[in-house]
Design a protein around this ligand. Structure first.
Ligand code: SAM
Ligand code: MD0
Ligand code: SF4
Length: 337
């Protein structure tokens, strides 16, 4: 599909046409993955951040309670997630300078121990880090570097990610990919982007060879500049998921529990997503990003809850081995994209 064709698909709004789009996306998913769905454990281990993204609750200027979890606790949480059946551990932080100051030695050690004790692949979402740190994580065998541009319209980017260089952020992903890491790219829906902007992003995600491609609806947060911007219609995110699936049938496309909690899972799966992200163990004091607390402590965001919904839909959680095998094949695929 070219840009105009993508924009035309984004415009459809009759329920019949929308359902047809979703059903085609599900067929494309089934052809590439059968009924297998992957699940990611989410560990937001430090909510300290030097940046001031206009959309984010954890922006530096927002006066909120913050935490930085101790290494032992991070490792225990990852082990708990692994036992519950997730296929990957996503280690996420704000741009917390204390990790930069020790040259990421403490995080490297944490990653090592998690890899050793869980045997699971790891995704790192540390924000933008210097190339020399990417080198270290790549050498350690960290499988994934997640770094979302949010939009590929430079002007809009500068209004969202205040004082963060567009090209440096794109470079970080490219560099990680060169070093053999898989990369995840992501955009936000409902942040004043045009349909043309969305189409540009969809094309760009393919160009940079992202193996995982994410869209998340903006969720208004207390105390941020965009506090009064309305959450977009869920249909926009779902249409983007479906179009991504049709354009890139073999990639990973998340249904994030961070936007609408567990009740938002079914619609995102129906649109063609194939990985459930933001699974968080209950009662650990951990936060989500877009929805800092929804469904976390009461155990709504668990493998068990998600698996029940999948089974009702004729889908099933993959095995750890299936996920590993998939990584091997997508690595080959994105290297020739
Ligand atoms: N601090 C690192 C960074 O920004 O790259 C890692 C955290 S990253 C996982 C946080 C992501 O959550 C952002 O890139 C954005 O896509 C999403 N996010 C943050 N605030 C949000 C909000 N209010 N609504 C929806 N998504 C949000
Ligand atoms: C999620 N809350 O998957 C997480 C986060 C970071 N790599 C992912 C945005 O929804
Ligand atoms: Fe910091 Fe990431 Fe939030 Fe931006 S999105 S303020 S970099 S935690």
């Amino acid at each position: 599909m070219n840009k105009n064709e993508i924009v035309d698909l984004l415009k459809i709004d009759s329920p019949d046409e929308v359902q047809k789009l979703f059903s085609q996306a599900r067929k494309a998913r089934e052809k590439a993955f059968g009924n297998k769905i992957f699940m990611y454990g989410f560990v937001y281990f430090s909510t300290w951040c030097r940046n001031n993204c206009n959309f984010c609750y954890y922006r530096n200027a927002n006066q909120i309670d913050r935490y930085r979890k101790a290494p032992e606790e991070i490792i225990a949480i990852a082990e708990n997630l692994a036992q519950s059946g997730v296929h990957l551990i996503d280690l996420t932080m704000g741009e917390d300078l204390s990790y930069h100051q020790d040259d990421f030695n403490s995080l490297l050690e944490i990653v090592n121990r998690i890899k050793e004790s869980t045997g699971l692949p790891v995704m790192l979402s540390p924000g933008l880090i210097e190339d020399r740190y990417i080198d270290l994580f790549a050498k350690q065998g960290v499988e994934w570097y997640a770094l979302y541009q949010e939009t590929h319209n430079r002007d809009l980017y500068s209004r969202l990610r205040l004082d963060q260089d567009y090209d440096q952020r794109m470079h970080g992903k490219g560099y990680a990919k060169e070093k053999g890491m898989l990369i995840e790219e992501g955009i936000l829906a409902g942040v004043d982007e045009s349909l043309e902007d969305i189409a540009d992003s969809i094309l760009e995600m393919g160009k940079i060879g992202a193996a995982q491609m994410r869209v998340m609806s903006f969720v208004p947060q207390k105390g941020i500049p965009m506090e009064r911007v309305e959450k977009p219609s869920p249909l926009l995110e779902e249409k983007i998921i479906a179009i991504l699936r049709l354009m890139y049938p073999e990639v990973l496309i998340p249904a994030s529990l961070d936007i609408d909690g567990i009740k938002g899972l079914e619609d995102r799966m129906n649109a063609g997503a194939n990985v459930i992200t933001s699974i968080i163990p209950p009662k650990t004091g951990l936060a989500g990003v877009a929805q800092s607390s929804m469904d976390v402590d009461d155990g709504g965001r668990t493998v068990e809850e998600a698996a029940q919904i999948l089974r009702r839909m004729g889908l099933r959680p993959a095995t750890a081995l299936e996920y590993r095998n998939y990584l091997t094949s997508i690595r080959k695929h994105t290297n020739c994209m």
